[in-house]
Ligand binder design. Structure first.
Ligand code: DGL
Length: 261
């Protein structure tokens, strides 16, 4: 099975893209809702959670791990790779490569949680891929709770987004990276507030393509992943809003099984 984890249900945006791209592979998703949000926690804590989540997924049969959380991808990818002998994918590199390729002016905006923006990883990687780039970042700590709460069309959400996006708009970015798994759910509100001409980059599709390419180069692993085709969704807690948000992301109702990492 492909093991995927996130701090909550937002990472299901990545799971959905993988399901669409690789429908014949088994999938085991873990949303760590008991310990969400990750984005306001220290790097050491996020690393511990990432290791525990990966262990749970591997013990339940994951043969490959996708860290579908920007905050964990930013600070915990190296430690997960060191401690587990399975291929590990993260969500930052695919978004960075796409943004560096697509931006015409080199003025690239990135929005994310405090952990992601504070890690400096997007700034560093974008400049590594495109040395002439000017990177403008904005931490948006209020957005994740709004999405988890289902406030995807509320006036308050629009006002907060306007405040967060105004500095990036002033800097005239032509590309905006959604550096958090929850933000694709606000894309319809982000686009008009950042500007219709700004290209929005969401790593889910690019990551799914990259994974599919990797598996076509690793047919033995691909065949093992195809041996088990079920899709299971685990959560470490089951708060009331979770099922509705999961259904909105996946486009169908799924059973959320409670586990403890
Ligand atoms: N999934 C996290 C991310 O992509 C956002 C939610 C959180 O802060 O836990 O950064």
């Amino acid at each position: 099975m492909i093991g995927i984890f996130d701090s909550g249900v937002g990472g299901m945006t990545v799971a959905r893209a993988i399901e669409e791209r690789l429908p014949d592979c088994g999938l085991l998703y873990l949303g760590d809702l008991a310990r969400t949000p990750y984005g306001s926690k220290s790097a050491a804590t996020i690393q511990r959670y990432a290791v525990e989540n990966t262990r749970l997924l591997c013990e339940r049969g994951a043969l490959l791990i996708v860290i579908a959380c920007n905050s964990a991808s930013s600070v915990a990818t190296d430690i997960v790779r060191q401690q587990f002998d399975v291929p590990v994918f993260e969500v930052i590199t695919p978004a960075v490569e796409l943004a560096a390729r697509r931006s015409r002016s080199g003025r690239i905006g990135v929005i994310g949680t405090r952990a992601t923006i504070g890690s400096g990883v997007y700034q560093r990687l974008i400049r590594a891929h495109r040395p002439d780039a000017k990177v403008f970042v904005q931490a948006c700590p209020l957005l994740v709770p709004l999405v988890e709460e289902g406030w995807r069309n509320r006036r308050e959400t629009k006002m907060i987004l306007r405040r967060y996006l105004a500095p990036l708009r002033q800097r005239q970015v032509d590309t905006l990276v959604l550096g958090c798994t929850h933000y694709p759910l606000l894309r319809h509100l982000i686009q008009p507030r950042i500007g219709r001409r700004v290209e929005i980059i969401d790593s889910a599709q690019t990551l799914a393509e990259r994974l599919s390419r990797f598996l076509s180069q690793n047919p033995a692993l691909h065949a093992q992943l195809q041996a088990e085709t079920t899709k299971r969704y685990l959560v470490s807690d089951h708060p009331p809003a979770a099922a509705a948000t999961a259904a909105a992301i996946l486009g169908r109702q799924v059973e959320l099984e409670v586990v403890s990492p």
